[in-house]
Design a protein around this ligand. Sequence first.
Ligand SMILES: Cc1cc2nc3c(=O)[nH]c(=O)nc-3n(C[C@H](O)[C@H](O)[C@H](O)COP(=O)(O)O)c2cc1C
Length: 328
Amino acid sequence: MISNPHKFCIAPMMKKTDKHFRFLARQFTKKSMLYTEMIHANAILKGNSDRLLAFDNCEHPVGLQLGGSDPKSLSEAAIVGQEYGYDEINLNVGCPSKKVKSGNFGVFLMKNVKLLSKCVNEVKKNIDIPFSIKCRIGVDDFEGEEYLKNFISTISDHDIDTFVIHARKAISGLDTKRNRSIPPLNYDLVFKMKDLFPELKIIINGGIEEVSDVKALLSHVDGVMLGRKIYSDPAFLLQIDKEIYQEDTELDFTSGMQNYMSYILDLENKKDVNRAITHLVQIIRRISHTKDMRRQLLENVKDGSLELEQIFSGFKADLNQRAHLQIH
Ligand SMILES: Cc1cc2nc3c(=O)[nH]c(=O)nc-3n(C[C@H](O)[C@H](O)[C@H](O)COP(=O)(O)O)c2cc1C
């Protein structure tokens, strides 16, 4: 593993950061830390673990994000994740969805630090790979500097040294989407946690969209995590290895896209093909001047009526025409 892969992290996002999107992201950054979508511990233990957990070797470093609140199943799922070769296990303590509320996990574990401690303890003692927490700055009236300080202090006592903090609290009753925009961002509180716990690795998340902001934030904390910006503009990642990790890079947009297209053409399962194509739609919106091409892609996602090679040949023509242009 590279020295601090967490300097730039791509956020776990349900229905977005599946293995296909992560493969796409890897065409544009070799250094950033990737995360899976949240996968519930029971799904891993009772479902088709290969379908849920298999990933391409190029994805490293990649963390598996787990959801759940039963210490035993979380630790068993974490062991499975370790066996699959993930570089890190991350526990979701930030999601406020209705489903999560009824299952009493996600951000609701921030209200039940005793149970969270049990979960963390059980996972930690059963795996050898790093284990991190992704949380919010608070939830409902569990908030403020004192609350967050006590929370981090209690959890870090279980030998947890990496905290990803989404810098807004969660509010029960607000839907998941609005919970990502309505509660105000409070970066200062996250900086304060780094000051109070200098030995911990603190990664900040929420509303970050520019490389200049990433750089500014890195003077306060150890890492940044971006979600929506990356999904809506994956080619943004082409700046990261050079600007953030100071690594020379050979990566370029055209070859990255061509690799991804070959990857799609090699997929055997129709569902996988459709999911992988869905991730292209955002990119195509940005670069393709051919409306036809966009329409064809979307139609194919819906009913699979067109041959992929046929669609991609139109896209390749667009790419070639644009190859010499600076995308960013
Ligand atoms: C579609 C979508 C799905 C998400 N799914 C997850 C998830 O599975 N686990 C998680 O911890 N956070 C999830 N999040 C939250 C993000 O990881 C991140 O904390 C949030 O979007 C704020 O970062 P951003 O402003 O850079 O997008 C999701 C966000 C979005 C937009």
